[in-house]
Design a protein. Structure first.
Length: 148
């Protein structure tokens, strides 16, 4: 199975469920033994947690991930600690405790940053040359959505 849910639909009602998600690696943070990945698809962002106590091999593979690699994970939905809730995200109350990971596709380093928080505006000529990459930005996707 490719996925059971999209990255934008999970919330605290799903706590305890086993899920499969697929998408782009948006950002990666290493906190000394724990690795956090923000997984992005066209529907949103979900935080993934890799813990050596859950699966050491999955943690080691997550340590190799880079921006824009396409991955598929299997894990369990868990509540984030109260002090780690991200009110800016629809999925900000939960995280996925991952016990399996598969790299579907590796990516070269993008010509400009896609993470809206870190972005330094690339010049227009570069963005037009790599329009297929620029369209991965959430802001660009929002402008292309058609309302029913």
């Amino acid at each position: 199975m490719f996925r059971t849910h999209t990255c934008g639909e999970l919330n605290k009602k799903n706590v305890g469920q086993e899920v499969i998600l697929s998408g782009w690696t948006h950002s990666r943070r290493d906190h000394g033994g724990l690795i956090f990945i923000d997984l992005r698809d066209r529907y949103g962002l979900t935080q993934l947690t890799f813990n050596p106590d859950v699966n050491q091999k999955a943690l080691e593979l997550a340590d190799t991930l880079r921006s824009e690699w396409v991955i598929k994970i299997k894990g369990e939905v868990a509540l984030r600690p109260d002090d780690m809730i991200n009110e800016k995200l629809k999925t900000g109350e939960i995280e996925i405790k991952c016990f399996e990971i598969e790299i579907l596709s590796k990516s070269k380093t993008p010509p400009f940053e896609l993470n809206e928080e870190k972005t330094s505006e690339a010049n227009e000529a570069l963005r037009l040359k790599y329009r297929f990459v620029d369209l991965r930005k959430p802001k660009a996707q929002e402008m292309l959505k058609i309302k029913d």
